[in-house]
Design a protein around this ligand. Structure first.
Ligand code: ADP
Length: 461
């Protein structure tokens, strides 16, 4: 075990995830460094760091957080040992990982090689095939012509999905129902991918009708030891984006879950995965699981796994990045058998999206902010407080409200209760909509699938 003890860590992110990481660092006795854009100069998260520094004001609200040069410069000037990227922004950028390494700064995450192998959807599919992990019927390479996509679509059968290899956040996906629609959809998909994700690498796979989205949290150390921390059900989505997540994925048959866990560990070991990551699967109506992609970073919904396993994933990330083994006294995960789940945890994402206005994110000043609390509740936020100005520049997440209970229905009741206790005035939120989701019989029975929200108009009442 070769240990590089961190004294100071920079968090290259903003909002709730920056605060989440500062907290983990605080508990480990490590000094925290924040960075913020000009637009975020009044944001709360920056004051939660021991020190914080403004990024390049000329870059604009998003590009400031993507500015590798300035982030590395600040890290060097302030003698930072490591950088945690959070999610989004630079978290999946292998060039950022390389830049950190070149400057002797540890990147808290996988190596750049692993990121390249797993970072885009096509190469992760190829790795999955190597590891003998089931994937959705389609192709394992980029398609290059209209003729080729039509041929493959005929082979796998319509409807099919065109996907941007570098797509993310639910964008860059198109469902195509017939061969007639294909030329237009293919041209638009390529165009869109180039504009939104910087390249026009498109692939095609079978569109699964109303599957469940099940994902597995894994964590590995620098010496080849990997464990999974069980699964999450993230089937409640709107426009392919997660709205409510829970752990464990109790509605999937035990043998299917086992296939998913075994596949995840096999794939992680095949690529020599290290640090935290998530393998995402779709499960069809016959309970066949298919790997869709891997996220080589912490995810928004890691909270529910922490609640049911009692393992602090962010702390574990920081510890393995320092060189501790999973079985060390600092981490204490000596084996897969030592990871257990207790009860059920649910996360709801409270956002400024206005359900009565096509979920358009609202902006403005929060005049009243009172959060729920109490037994079995965990809140991860920071953007929202009385007086906070919600800007249009960043994602619309205000606070993640999580609950934990011995039973799933108990967790549903606790989540409902905390949402009802919460008062946010001055801007619109999705709280009433979330309450409708939680209290729908389909949700309570664990039978939600990815098109549940669009198929259920009564949620909008
Ligand atoms: P992103 O990287 O944008 O999150 P994913 O590949 O993780 O994209 O897919 C997000 C969601 O899109 C899935 O959870 C699922 O709801 C839907 N989806 C993706 N691929 C398919 C498919 N082949 N068939 C049906 N739905 C799909």
């Amino acid at each position: 075990m070769q240990i590089k003890k961190f004294k100071k860590v920079l968090v290259a992110n903003r909002g709730e995830i920056a605060i989440r990481i500062f907290r983990a660092l605080n508990e480990l006795g490590i000094t925290t460094v924040g960075v913020f854009s000009k637009e975020d100069r009044y944001a709360l998260f920056r004051s939660k760091a021991d020190e914080s520094y403004q990024l390049n004001p000329d870059k604009g609200p998003i590009d400031a957080y993507l500015d590798i040069k300035t982030i590395i410069r600040i890290a060097k000037e302030k003698n930072v040992d490591a950088i945690h990227p959070g999610y989004g922004f630079l978290s999946e950028n292998p060039e950022f990982v390389d830049a950190c390494e070149r400057h002797g700064i540890t990147f808290i995450g996988p190596t750049s090689d692993i990121m390249r192998a797993m970072g885009d959807k096509i190469s992760s599919k190829q790795m999955a095939i190597q590891a003998d992990v089931p994937i959705i019927p389609g192709v394992d390479h980029a398609v290059h012509s209209e003729k080729e996509v039509i041929e493959i679509a005929e082979k796998v059968g319509y409807p099919v999905m065109l996907k941007a290899s570098n797509g993310g956040g639910g964008r860059g996906m198109r469902i195509v129902h017939t061969a007639e629609d294909m030329p237009k959809e293919y041209a638009e998909a390529r165009d869109e991918s180039k504009k939104a994700f910087g390249d026009d690498q498109i692939f095609i796979e079978k569109y699964l009708k109303s599957p469940k989205h099940i994902e597995v949290q894994i964590i590995g150390d620098n010496y080849g030891n990997v464990v999974h921390l069980y699964d999450r059900d993230c089937s409640v989505q709107r426009r392919h984006q997660k709205v409510v997540e829970y752990a464990p994925a109790f509605s999937i048959p035990e043998e299917t879950r086992q296939v998913i866990f075994d596949s995840s560990l096999r794939l992680a070991k095949t690529v020599g995965y290290r640090n935290a990551g998530t393998l995402e699967f779709l499960v069809d109506a016959d309970n066949n699981p298919y790997f869709i992609e891997m996220n080589p970073r912490i995810q928004v919904e890691h909270t529910v796994t922490e609640m049911v396993t009692g393992i602090d994933i962010v702390q574990t990330q920081i510890l393995v990045a320092q060189g501790y083994t999973l079985d060390s006294d600092e981490i204490q995960i000596p084996s897969q058998e030592s990871v257990e789940t207790t009860g059920y945890a649910i996360q709801t994402r409270i956002t400024t999206e206005d359900p009565s206005n096509n979920f358009l994110p609202d902006t403005g000043k929060i005049t009243v902010y009172r959060s729920g609390a109490g037994n079995g509740i965990r809140l991860d936020g920071g953007n929202a407080y009385a007086g906070a100005e919600i800007t249009p520049y960043y994602d619309s997440l205000l606070v993640k409200a999580c609950s934990h209970d011995r039973t799933f229905l108990g967790a549903v009741m606790k989540s409902t209760r905390v949402l009802k206790e919460t008062r946010i005035r001055g801007i619109k939120t999705n709280i009433p909509f979330l309450i409708n989701v939680l209290n729908h019989e389909t949700f309570k029975s664990g039978e939600c699938y990815t098109t549940f929200i669009e198929d259920t108009p009564e949620l909008f009442l």
